[in-house]
Design a protein around this ligand. Structure first.
Ligand code: ZN
Length: 109
């Protein structure tokens, strides 16, 4: 069982959520090449280390959120707070986190 820290609901069983893949910045459709679109749609980095992922809380708050997970140890970092770009390790914030908005799923721009 994998406990995923939903920013609204707190830690939830991964069976209550839907994994939506790596979180990456969407390229500008007006300026991107077909190869960049293909890479954005179908390629993933799949690192052995920290990875920013997108999850959907399908059985709880029904919101998308991004969280960092270590792909080797399955350790999670606290989802970033609204307006913050740096996630904190779990346990440093205390209590339940505040939900971020959808713009945080787009990555740093
Ligand atoms: Zn939730």
């Amino acid at each position: 069982m994998l406990l995923v820290p939903c920013p609204n609901c707190g830690p939830r069983n991964s069976a209550d959520l839907t994994y939506r893949g790596e979180a990456s910045a969407r390229p500008n459709p007006a300026t991107t090449t077909p190869k960049e679109w293909r890479d954005y749609l179908y390629s993933e980095d799949n690192p052995a280390g920290w990875l920013k992922e997108t999850w959907y809380c399908s059985s709880g708050c029904r919101r998308f959120f991004a969280v960092e997970r270590h792909t080797v140890t399955s350790e999670f970092r606290e989802p970033p707070l609204p307006g913050s770009k740096t996630p904190k390790p779990l346990g440093d914030v205390g209590g339940r986190a505040v939900v971020g908005d959808a713009s945080e799923l787009e990555g740093e721009q």
